[in-house]
Write a protein that binds this ligand. Structure first.
Ligand code: GDP
Ligand code: IMO
Ligand code: MG
Length: 424
């Protein structure tokens, strides 16, 4: 029977979901993005060629597969056009195999402008957003002011809805000299783009449900990670969508029984971009070494990522709130050259022990991580493809994690390339 999988980031994003989705795509017929937008940056290496996808699903390089962008995504049509042009340059065909939900809300230039201004206003408590307009676009969606993909095919309706934007966003748009505030310009650009997008625009829920009933295998690609979920993450230092498994279902119009396996992707250590609490962060030479060895710079913004030890308190939370069945552990090779490795097993605060994340962020800011120290392996694991070739100490590291989380590690990634993977 076809297996339908969901792939969820278990930390603060950038866990290597792109690589894992590209890998699992070999077993799937359809790959679908469900939430987030061009804040995502999913990297795939094929041979010596690097591909970074922001909106386009990470299965697109498999030319026999179909890819979908669901209603839960906020779609930047101009960003999409750039990504499509890159596919054209690379000779990757997408006609008749890349489809977008008519119901996706659009991220328009004024959303990016508002994102930047709001970040500035937050001052020292800024979230450190990607400035891709994600938050403001979801605000419009939830306030029922959004403009959806379907609207661009009816120019009169589009113009009315854009003019409404001008009236409700006068604070940002009126009198601004920033071209992103120019509603007429946006209108003309959208109308000009309509013909390119029309053949891709479909009812994604209908397509996916029919495919599922016909026995096709679906692979649902999460963006961001559990700790950035707007409900279950480190709010307000979060993104504006549900990055947990429920977001994949509402974002594609699927029922819960479609998913056979939820695969969580976690790095062998922890990183985060932007502001907010990070209990195991290392602001020292060890943190710098992880950043250098792991090349920890954002795929979307190029910002250096904050780095720290693996945190099992976070991963327990991720496993619980997203019903994760198995783990893909990535970037094990980055830990090859350390004398010892620490894994956070609980937090302490004012003499209290916490084995779960406190909901109150002020509390999370003040916790002290308690570590188990494991010996480093000081051997190269880069490119290893079978479990038995891993150093015993590296296997010990994996066993420790799997035991604590009570789920199996079914994929271990030992390099950025597709083949640098152990499938257990
Ligand atoms: P995503 O957002 O979860 O898809 O992850 P990103 O693409 O933003 O960041 C992951 C980075 O790690 C990318 O540069 C990948 O090429 C790289 N990567 C993925 N898996 C591995 C691995 O096992 N080892 C190493 N060294 N790099 C990896
Ligand atoms: P992928 O899919 C890492 C972070 C931003 C910021 C917060 C809010 O590549 O894992 P936003 O622009 O969404 O309003 O920013 O969320 N963030 C990510 N961090 N990976 C991502 O995506 C992210 N998408 C958003 O850095 O802290
Ligand atoms: Mg990323």
């Amino acid at each position: 029977m076809a297996k339908n999988r969901a792939v969820i980031g278990c930390q603060w994003g950038d866990e290597g979901k792109g690589k894992i989705v590209d890998l699992l795509a070999s077993d799937a017929d359809i790959i679908a993005r469900a939430q987030g937008g061009a804040n995502a940056g999913h990297t795939i290496w094929i041979g010596d060629e690097k591909h970074i996808f922001h909106l386009i699903p990470s299965g697109i390089l498999h030319e026999d597969k179909r890819c979908y962008i669901g209603n839960g995504v906020v779609l930047d049509p101009f960003g999409l056009r750039e990504e499509l042009a890159l596919l054209d340059d690379k000779g990757v065909a997408y006609d008749n195999r890349l489809f977008i939900s008519a119901a996706t809300n659009l991220v328009l230039p004024y959303h990016k402008l508002i994102d930047a201004v709001e970040e500035e206003r937050r001052g020292t408590t800024s979230i450190g957003t990607t400035k891709r307009g994600i938050g403001p676009a979801y605000v419009d969606k939830i306030a029922r002011n959004g403009i959806r993909l379907i609207d661009i095919f009816s120019p009169d309706r589009l113009l009315k809805r854009l003019e409404h934007q001008r009236s409700i966003k006068s604070e940002w748009l009126e009198g601004s000299t920033d071209e992103r505030a120019d509603i007429n310009r946006t209108y003309h650009e959208l109308v000009a783009m309509a013909e390119q997008l029309r053949p891709m625009t479909v009812d994604v829920s209908q397509h996916l449900n029919s495919a599922w009933r016909a026995g096709k295998s679906l692979l649902l690609e999460g963006a961001q990670g559990v700790m950035l979920d707007v409900d279950l993450g480190t709010y307000p230092f979060a993104t504006s969508s549900n990055t947990t498994v429920g977001g994949l279902l509402t974002g594609l119009g699927l029922g819960p029984r479609v998913i056979d396996e939820v695969v969580g992707v976690a790095k062998a250590y922890t990183t985060r971009v932007g502001g907010g609490p990070f209990p195991t962060e290392l602001v020292d030479a060890v943190g710098d070494k992880i950043r250098d060895n792991g090349d920890e710079f954002g795929a979307t913004t190029g910002r250096p990522r904050r780095c720290g030890w693996l945190d099992l308190v976070l991963l327990r939370h991720a496993v619980r709130v997203s019903g994760i069945d198995s783990l893909a552990l990535t970037k094990l090779d980055v830990l090859d050259a350390f004398d010892e490795l620490k894994i956070c097993i609980r937090y302490e605060q004012n003499g209290k022990t916490l084995s779960e994340i406190p909901l109150d962020l002020a509390e999370l800011h003040g916790v002290t991580p308690v570590y188990e120290t494991l010996p480093g392996w000081h051997e190269e694991t880069s490119g290893i493809t079978d479990l038995t070739s891993l150093p015993d100490r590296a296997r010990g590291y994996l066993d420790f994690i799997a035991r604590d989380l009570s789920i199996p590690i079914t994929i271990v990634s030992t390099g950025a390339k597709r083949e640098e993977t152990i499938v257990v």
